[in-house]
Design a binder for this molecule. Sequence first.
Ligand code: TMP
Length: 247
Amino acid sequence: MNHIQGSLIYEGKAKRIFACENPDRVLIEFKNDATAFNAKKRSQIEGKGRLNCKISTALFELLELNGIPTHFLELHSETFMFAEKISVIPLEVVIRNIATGSLCRETPINQGTILSPPLLDLYYKDDELGDPILTEERLKLLDLISDVQMKEIEKITRSVNKILKEYFDSLDLLLVDFKLEFGTNSSGELVVADEISPDNCRFWDKKTSDPKERILDKDRFRQDLGGVRDAYEEILKRIQKDSSNAP
Ligand code: TMP
């Protein structure tokens, strides 16, 4: 337990959110719990919390350096970070550079197809409904955000993709796709929230073309490939090699 930790505000599948003395801040704990397929599959991955907390810290810092507003404030300890208290927008914003995962299960698009421009898919964040995909009109009907906010979310997501894709390319990793979440802070500013880690990104190692070996993200858990922790360690190792950005 840590002394700054206030009451538990929310517990999700991979994180816990605690109140802080400053009402505009929260403390986020990264758990070792791993889930997939809307938590039908569950496990514990020793060290995952620490790895995702460090990887997210490095990536939020990289984004902030590039002018992207995020909820990240500072690393607190191995598995905790301080972030702005936000009002969460119930959207999962997925951007895809290479076709795989649900895109290939749900459409005839072949695995590995390069998506240019990157494909942006929106999902309604609701576990009970199984995070359904949204059409533009369904999004309007739900009235979750204004058109202006939606345009801003798309613009930020495409910028984040450009920054991260180039960054991971320099680490010999292909950024296949990832999911972002957004919120508004106490000033009403739209910020990137949640986490950016191998839990919500797909990374393929450019050093091998073996379709299983190259997977360095939660797909190793989803597909029972083993070596989940080693894959997350490898992502952190490559980030830390890039010394200008080591958390
Ligand atoms: P998908 O191909 O299963 O739709 O996943 C697209 C990306 O979104 C992938 O990087 C994994 C991430 N993702 C999440 O972060 N949370 C989820 O609940 C799902 C389904 C995917």
